[in-house]
Write a protein that binds this ligand. Structure first.
Ligand SMILES: [Zn+2]
Length: 56
């Protein structure tokens, strides 16, 4: 499940119960929308690609 923090707009992927945003510690977050999920996945892909480039 991917969540979006309403306070800082940080997105995070968590399995199970989530109590706080890992970035700002706010309890004010909601499940991400489909569009947000796609954006998040794109971001993750880019991030992993960059990491792989660095290691190569
Ligand atoms: Zn936050």
């Amino acid at each position: 499940m991917i969540y979006t923090c309403k306070k800082c707009l940080f997105m995070f992927d968590r399995v199970g119960l989530v109590e706080r945003c890992p970035d700002c510690g706010s309890e004010n977050f909601r499940p991400s929308t489909k569009e947000e999920k796609e954006e998040f996945e794109n971001y993750q892909r880019e991030f992993n690609k960059k990491k792989a480039d660095k290691l190569a």
